[in-house]
Design a protein around this ligand. Structure first.
Ligand code: HEC
Length: 145
């Protein structure tokens, strides 16, 4: 009887441990907000290429691998490229016609409120209202080269 209890305990422990597993494609390093907030300096997590917490939601639609499409285009090399101009991705008309280059200013506007910037965009994301979080996201996008 007691050995059965041990087996049950082991099985439960195993289940609990597997529940703790982070999703493999999410950078859990970013779970430490202190580290991420220190992203300004070269020693900061963002400078090392760790994704800030606020980037987590982007991953449900964007890969950071070159050439990999999820729902949205790959964000590899996105900083500095022309909006709506990644070969092989079918952008909405407004994105293609924007004529904008994705830099600090345009990315900040975009991430604050995509629909306000490009009406009719297919990016189903309401926007990030916190300027500091947008800054962290943009700093991270710059490392994707
Ligand atoms: C629900 C899915 C979804 C989420 C969440 C999402 N995006 Fe997007 N994103 C898209 C789609 C779809 C497009 C293409 C839009 C179009 O063609 O109108 C896009 C376009 C973009 C572009 C323009 C790329 C280019 O080459 O022109 C950038 C930059 C971008 N997203 C960044 C982000 C970031 C950063 C986040 C998180 C803060 C995010 N997105 C969240 C779906 C999403």
């Amino acid at each position: 009887m007691s050995s059965l209890r041990i087996v049950i305990a082991l099985v439960l422990a195993g289940l609990l441990a597997s529940c703790d597993d982070p999703r493999p494609d999410v950078t859990v390093d970013a779970g430490d907000p202190e580290t991420v907030a220190a992203g300004d300096g070269p020693a900061g997590a963002v400078a090392r290429g760790a994704a800030p917490v606020a980037f987590g939601i982007c991953r449900s639609c964007h890969s950071v691998e070159k050439g990999q499409t999820i729902v949205g285009p790959s964000l590899w090399g996105v900083y500095g490229r022309r909006m709506g101009d990644l070969p092989g991705y079918d952008f909405s008309q407004g994105m293609k016609a924007s004529g904008l280059v994705l830099n600090d200013a345009t990315l900040d506007r975009w991430l604050a409120n995509p629909v306000a910037m490009i009406p009719g965009t297919r990016m189903g994301y309401a926007g990030q209202p916190d300027p500091e979080k947008r800054r962290q996201i943009i700093a991270y996008l710059k490392t994707l080269h």
